[in-house]
Design a protein around this ligand. Structure first.
Ligand code: IMP
Ligand code: MG
Length: 183
């Protein structure tokens, strides 16, 4: 029988309709706060690419977009706060109103390092929008300016979120069966 990736899911946590409502609310909040401005949306690949695609269309002020890809140096052994850039931004953010678009904030370690690094580039302002927040697992202090929804400490997939690069194309967000990542 053909492999059905939905057999790996325990339960749906957030339906496509709920996600749409959250994205519409975040877009409206950002549009209101950035009235008269031209913010740049910066997405950290890959998880947030689907959220970014929907969020940017829910924002009514003119905005630009750029993408980057980073990885943290080992969290346990190194606390140097260094971010390894796999793909840097194409544009200079000096003097720009930056909005970082994240899929999910977990420990916050990668993002706090990234924010620190981007601040050295002298943007006019920098805010963070995250679709999901897992507050129970936070290790680094990160201020969330726009939060879609808090989620429990479970591994979730879909709507851009992956496990081993899979499940990103599921339209809704589901809890992955623990046996999928413990076997
Ligand atoms: P952290 O906040 O530095 O620990 O890392 C956050 C990143 O870990 C997110 O951008 C995701 O790529 C990934 N991540 C954390 N929790 C989940 C999850 O439940 N499902 C899928 N990816 C996750
Ligand atoms: Mg990510």
């Amino acid at each position: 029988m053909a492999y059905d990736m939905r057999n790996d899911l325990q339960e749906t946590l957030v339906s496509k309709e709920e996600i749409d409502a959250i994205v519409a609310r975040l877009g409206a909040e950002i549009s209101r706060d950035y009235e008269g401005k031209n913010p740049i949306l910066i997405t950290v690949l890959k998880g947030a690419f689907i959220f970014m695609a929907d969020l940017c269309r829910a924002i009514t002020v003119p905005c630009t977009m750029d993408f980057m890809s980073v990885s943290s140096y080992g969290s346990g052994s190194t606390t140097s706060g260094t971010v390894r850039i796999r793909k840097d931004l194409d544009v200079d953010i000096k003097g720009q109103d930056v909005i970082i678009v994240e899929d999910i904030l977990d420990s916050g370690v990668t993002l706090s390092n990234l924010i620190e690094m981007l601040q050295t580039r002298d943007p006019a302002s920098m805010k963070l929008v995250t679709l999901f927040d897992k507050p129970d697992r936070r290790k680094a202090d990160v201020t969330i300016d726009y939060c879609g929804m808090q989620v429990p400490d479970a591994f979730i997939v879909g709507y851009g979120l992956d496990y081993a690069e899979k499940y990103r194309n599921l339209p809704e967000v589901s809890i992955l069966k623990p046996e999928v990542y413990t076997k």
